[in-house]
Design a protein around this ligand. Structure first.
Ligand SMILES: [Zn+2]
Length: 457
């Protein structure tokens, strides 16, 4: 009889009251990162008579601990149909301009805060079997906007208001001295030694003992096809980019049996990582199962990389919104994290295409590390649990999302596991990686490592 398992209890809520002033400060801080040339203009709610007035529309939503606001109202902006949360007066124009003043008819500050802060994840109890907030429970899924960076559209409304009031055109952030957007090319290293396992299992199942014997012999006598870090770095370098590797220093399975690495961090591997670093690659930590909710465990793991880690991403994209951000901050090891994407769908988990500082619900301000959101992972595109795209459908499916990132001068973060560089993978393999990289290159992206992105901000 199978054991009956229950999901572990979630950590308790630990949220300070979030005031309108906190929302405004957090959102405007990010607006100024997205538009670094924006002059100082008074932006606020009617009571303070600022040059740019936002019509308040939240009622008492932020005094409650409920995850979801009322359904959004849809308005057209910049050629897209955009959902506006906290839009309590749909009859009021989105933007009214008069000499020296502007009025924004929907509470885009609170709506941007809601999405950027990850409010839904923090206050929702929904978690999947890996302890993750599921895409199925998100407003992005419910209202169908996961592939639109809606918060960037809200900022575009605000930018238009600022341009009017100051008579000064604003342009989005540029990268590496002028590129219209950036791309962050990452590889989580879960497996280095297991390429033979699936074909060997298939051979056994079909009674092909000779074939099985050959595969087993190769495994013990020849390098594994997945032991390919240098080849991965070369495939990335062929497009003028540098790989960021996320190393998983735990080979024992997690407490619930979820697998971790199939390799150990040996002195020989550390030496190879040093050589990759010397080529300009970046080495970061891939926190193993359990580390997203256990600070000492996380710190022990980064120490096993010996030379520290440039940044962090959790294995299986594990992230407990009520606990992980504070833990990453307190570890004081990681200038950036890049875990926040939905495993189930490519797009924008926080509806934002720029790096951002996660909101600290306990203090009402921002955390000290930068989140570089994850936009697309190879396994998402073709997997029994996720999407089922064919090889030729992949780039066409991603192009509109990448165009949104380019439009707003954001960062496109790509996760291509090293085992997906196996030539035997013809659906989400090296060829599809090359196609996406070729597209990014042709669009004039700046390929940057996580540390370089942190330095630009
Ligand atoms: Zn992983």
């Amino acid at each position: 009889m199978p054991a009956i398992t229950t999901a572990p209890a979630l950590p308790p809520l630990n949220a300070a009251p979030v005031t309108a002033g906190m929302r405004l400060a957090y959102v405007l801080q990010h607006f100024r990162l997205a538009y670094p040339d924006a002059p100082n203009v008074d932006i606020g709610y009617a009571a303070s008579h600022p040059a740019i007035t936002i019509i308040a529309g939240t009622g008492n939503f932020f005094q409650q601990n409920t995850p979801y606001p009322a359904a959004p109202n849809y308005r057209d902006w910049a050629g897209q149909r955009i959902p506006f949360f906290f839009d309590s007066q749909p009859e009021v124009p989105l933007l009214s301009l008069s000499p020296g003043r502007a009025e924004i008819g929907a509470d885009i500050i609170s709506a941007a805060f809601y999405l950027l802060s990850g409010w839904q994840e923090y206050f929702s109890d929904a978690r999947d079997r890996h302890g993750r907030f599921p895409y199925a429970a998100s407003v992005q899924k419910q209202y169908g906007f996961v592939d639109l960076p809606v918060a960037n559209y809200y900022f575009d409304v605000l930018k238009t208001a600022v341009e009017h009031v100051t008579s000064q055109p604003l342009r989005p952030r540029r990268w590496a001295g002028g590129a219209p957007f950036a791309a962050f090319i990452t590889h989580d290293i879960d497996n280095l030694r297991s390429s033979w396992k699936a074909p060997a299992k298939a051979a056994l199942q079909h009674g092909q003992l000779l074939n099985f014997g050959q595969l087993a012999w190769q495994h013990f006598t020849q390098p594994d096809a997945w032991d390919n870090l240098e080849a991965v770095a070369a495939a990335t370098a062929a497009h003028g980019a540098k790989s960021s590797f996320f190393i998983l220093p735990e080979s024992r399975p997690g407490a619930n049996g979820t697998p971790n690495a199939d390799y150990a961090v040996s002195p020989a591997l550390l030496q190879r990582l040093e050589a990759l670093k010397a080529q300009g690659c970046e080495i970061s930590l891939h926190g193993s199962i359990g580390t997203a909710t256990d600070a000492p465990h996380l710190v022990r793991e980064v120490e096993r990389l010996q030379h520290g880690a440039a940044g962090l991403r959790f294995h299986y994209l594990r992230w407990e919104p009520r606990q992980t951000p504070a833990l990453v901050d307190a570890a004081n090891w990681f200038p950036y994290d890049s875990t926040l994407g939905f495993a189930e769908h490519f797009g924008f988990r926080n509806s934002y295409c720029h790096p951002f500082y996660p909101f600290n619900f306990a203090t009402g301000s921002e955390h000290g590390f930068l989140e570089i959101p994850l936009n697309v992972m190879d396994a998402t595109l073709h997997h029994p649990n996720y999407l089922q795209l064919r090889a030729e459908e992949i780039l066409p499916a991603l192009r509109p999302m990448l165009a949104e990132i380019e439009r707003f001068g954001g960062v496109a973060t790509l996760l291509w596991h090293n085992d997906h560089f196996d030539p035997a993978n013809q659906v989400t393999g090296p060829h599809q990686f090359d196609e996406i990289m070729g597209y990014l290159q042709q669009r004039g992206t700046a390929f940057l490592t996580g540390s370089e992105i942190v330095a630009e901000l």
